[in-house]
Design a protein around this ligand. Structure first.
Ligand SMILES: C[S@@+](CC[C@H](N)C(=O)[O-])C[C@H]1O[C@@H](n2cnc3c(N)ncnc32)[C@H](O)[C@@H]1O
Length: 294
């Protein structure tokens, strides 16, 4: 990778003081790059935000200005894409965020699916697409592990795929270690069963139970690029991800989800997301829960 020789001071300020300015040409390049690779439309009003968020990246890479950062993106687009996307989007997530989705899964969907899998055979597959730091797939894994036991279905081949494009988020997701104050969304019983409190250097942290690691596979994946998996999935959770995408990108993505779901397969979106005007392949069956039409 070609990195410009002039390093900037550690606080990110150029020699004359103040923030490194993001010029017109660099903003246009970044806007087009982000749109092409992340599906995110950055209007002019986002210029300050982009400048602020990327200032840290410039410091980390010891680059003097945004022209050098754009040169890096040109020379190694895939290498820097995840970092760029994490800098301009948010990784905010939580265990059992939007709890009604987990209740539907536990009380209605899993009992039905597991009964069918036990009767007819077949695998059970869930996908947490845009899993961020892993709280979503591990919460799904708690519900799934309990359902497998409760319904005498531990022999069913059940797995959760968890994907994201942010390298830092994926590292946390892979480790499955969280500060204790991040566990608030998990009820007491589940917290005791599935989160193991750390000691010594891990005091103040808890890690997920090995059984949850067994159920969850964490993989890097840009939702806008090619996908290695063929499906089918019983359900796809793509919550609070498409909110950043423009309409054509959403339409393409939802069409690709539809192709990986069988008729009757479920798609879960985030609380402020909807398929209205985006896809006719699904019917709304609950709060931001969609079922693929036959
Ligand atoms: C706000 S978090 C949502 C996390 C979780 N699904 C939830 O609802 O709590 C959005 C995640 O989507 C990821 N993301 C955004 N664009 C993506 C893309 N093109 N491919 C894969 N992941 C993407 C971000 O890296 C971020 O971790």
């Amino acid at each position: 990778m070609a990195v410009a020789a002039t390093a900037i001071p550690r606080d990110g300020a150029p020699a004359g003081g103040g923030a490194v300015p993001l010029g017109d040409a660099e903003f246009r390049f970044l806007r087009d790059f982000v749109h092409a690779h992340c599906g995110i439309a950055l209007g002019e009003h986002k210029r300050q935000l982009v400048q602020g968020r990327l200032a840290r990246r410039l410091r980390a890479l010891q680059l003097p200005d945004y022209a050098a950062y754009c040169a890096l993106l040109r020379s190694d687009p895939d290498g820097e894409l995840g970092e760029l996307a994490s800098a301009i989007s948010t990784n905010v997530t939580a265990f059992f965020r939007e709890p009604h989705h987990y209740e539907l899964l536990e009380n209605e969907l899993l009992p039905r699916w597991l009964e069918r899998k036990r009767r007819d055979g077949g695998r059970l597959r869930l996908w947490s697409a845009g899993c961020s730091t892993g709280e979503e797939p591990y919460a799904l894994a708690m519900v799934l592990a309990e359902a497998l036991e409760r319904h005498g279905a531990t022999d069913v081949d059940a797995k959760i795929l968890a994907t994201d494009l942010s390298p830092q988020a994926l590292e946390t997701a892979r480790n499955g270690v969280y500060p204790l104050d991040r566990l608030d969304g998990i009820g007491d019983e589940r917290r005791h069963r599935w989160m193991l409190r750390g000691a010594g250097e891990y005091e103040g942290y808890a890690c997920v139970h090995p059984r949850l690691h067994e159920l969850v596979t964490v993989q890097p994946l840009n939702l806008l690029h090619d996908w290695p998996m063929r499906g089918p999935f019983d359900a796809i959770f793509c919550r609070n991800v498409v909110i950043y995408f423009d309409q054509p990108t959403k339409q393409r993505l939802i069409g690709r989800y539809a192709a990986l779901l069988p008729p009757g397969g479920h798609l879960f979106l985030g609380h402020s997301e909807s398929l209205h005007g985006i896809s006719d392949d699904f019917e709304l069956i609950g709060r931001t829960v969609y079922r693929k039409r036959a």
